[in-house]
Design a protein around this ligand. Structure first.
Ligand code: FAD
Length: 447
């Protein structure tokens, strides 16, 4: 915790910094000290009382530099915040200090018509960036289901994948992040340009090892995605179809399977699923006839809902990935969730878990590309019956060789593969040697 004296000095220095808002009301400090960690009953208890001493909003990179210099000088923790939609408490200030809102640094700086790389400031919303790219005949490769409200800096620092992962894998795969501009917390904080190699250590590091002030990322060609729903009564057939669709020679941007007990409770935007398991697919126009043929030959029903309408706010993007959890929690807040990568054959591990956990574990699968291979990830809904119950389920998953990305923990490593990434820790030693940035979130720093 910072001393009252240092905080007073910090406040007085920051008051004279141009292009910087100081936000001090208790209501605002509370608001900006939270994210969506309440999807986890474990994190709810752990993080509910965390509170920033001061919130700042810079409008220029010079103002970011001034905040960095002063936090360093007075040894005050500094936690960055995009839109605050993370689920792991990524932007929650564990040791109080300053929360810096990055949303006013939101300009698209450059689009390179040869490589189609875009350089953008971190606070730009993914929705706005995508709109900008449309005008160039391009679109984002990967977006989270929160893409309307989430920022690009927050996505690369705290997210992992989402719509597009069936084709483009995950954010840490080489090729997505091409370069960064950052501000450091060294003795004399400065602005640096990092190439793709050096930028990798800041990708998905929760803002623990540098302040990102711009990102250069790759984009995909624009496709007029078509929304297709396939309904089937048999869960095993639904999994087969999901895999066949994801593996066919067609372009898909989303391939999600929602078990009937969930899909009956989701918003009825596309007509009732009755008692069917439902597959949501975003497909390029030339893949429609293939999907129809595959669905019909499996005895499933096929519906072409039409072209995706990005302005609607109730498309497939807002019902899949972690939005499925959002809708289920709106029905019953006792639902929480897990994030898994399933071993093959997927059906046999799911059936083993179904046998033991029954209706306390409902299945939501997402087809993804993992290191170049089509796999099935899962975000199953889990009925909250206490910590021991959750731990037992996690243990059962591990015994079945399921990889768990645990959403009930606060460190970068534990929410990922559980291993320390020495590059991330080295980057923290280099760019934040006093450990001021988002303390408590990079386990490797304390090892
Ligand atoms: C309903 C729901 C659905 C979701 N679906 C998905 C999904 O499909 N895929 C997915 O990956 N995530 C998902 N998420 C989590 C989250 O919405 C995304 O990861 C989102 O991209 C985070 O962006 P943000 O702007 O809100 O970042 P924040 O939550 O504000 O920040 C995330 C992390 O980035 C750091 N950070 C922010 N700005 C900077 C910066 N300039 N420099 C360095 N570090 C910085 C923060 O300190 C924090 O550690 C979901 C969350 C919810 C609630």
């Amino acid at each position: 915790m910072s001393s009252a004296n240092s905080l007073t000095k910090l406040r007085s220095e920051l008051k004279s910094v141009p292009n910087l808002d100081l936000i001090e009301s208790t209501t605002d400090r509370k608001r900006f000290s939270r994210d969506f960690f309440d999807y986890s009953p474990v994190l709810q208890v752990q993080l509910k009382d965390c509170l920033a001493d001061l919130v700042v909003r810079p409008y220029t990179v010079d103002a970011v530099l001034a905040v960095a210099r002063n936090c360093k000088r007075f040894d005050i923790p500094l936690t960055l915040r995009g839109s605050g939609t993370g689920n792991y408490g990524q932007s929650v200030p564990l040791e109080a200090g300053v929360v810096m809102l990055m949303n006013a640094l939101n300009q698209v700086r450059q689009f390179d018509p040869f490589t189609n790389f875009v350089t953008v400031e971190p606070g730009c919303l993914l929705r706005d960036l995508n709109k900008h790219l449309f005008s160039q005949g391009r679109q984002l490769r990967l977006v989270p289901s929160t893409w309307r409200s989430a920022s690009v800096g927050g996505f690369f620092s705290g997210g992992s994948g989402g719509i597009g992962s069936v084709r483009w894998g995950f954010l840490r795969d080489p090729g997505h992040l091409i370069g960064l501009e950052i501000v450091t917390l060294q003795d004399h904080p400065e602005k640096l340009q990092l190439d793709a190699n050096s930028a990798e250590a800041l990708n998905h590091a929760y803002g623990t090892n540098g302040i990102i002030t711009s990102l250069t990322i790759s984009t995909a060609k624009f496709v007029d995605w078509q929304q297709v729903i396939i309904d089937t009564q048999s869960f095993s057939k639904a999994i087969d179809l999901l895999l066949v669709c994801a593996n066919s020679a067609i372009e898909v941007n989303l391939c999600s399977l929602i078990e009937s007990q969930i899909s009956q409770q989701l918003p009825n935007w596309f007509g009732s699923s009755k008692s069917s398991h439902r597959i949501y697919i975003l497909v390029a126009p030339d893949g429609l006839s293939t999907l129809e043929r595959l669905a019909k030959s499996a005895g499933a029903s096929f519906q072409h809902i039409g072209t995706e309408n990005d302005n609607s706010g109730n498309g497939f993007r807002e019902i899949t990935w972690n939005h499925t959890t959002l809708h289920m929690r709106a029905v019953d807040p006792e639902w929480t969730y897990l994030q898994l990568l399933l071993p093959r054959p997927e059906l046999s591990v799911i059936e083993k878990l179904k046998d033991k956990w029954g209706d306390d574990l409902l299945w939501h699968l997402e087809a993804v590309r993992q290191q170049g291979v089509q796999r099935l990830a899962a975000l199953p809904l889990v009925k909250w019956k206490g910590r021991n119950y959750l731990d037992e389920l996690i243990e059962d998953c591990r015994k079945l060789d399921i990889i768990i990305f645990n959403p009930h923990v606060i460190t970068v490593e534990d929410g990922g593969l559980g291993v320390i990434d020495s590059n991330q820790v080295e980057a923290k030693h280099r760019y934040d040697p006093s450990g001021i940035l988002n303390p408590g979130k990079l386990r490797g720093w304390y090892a």
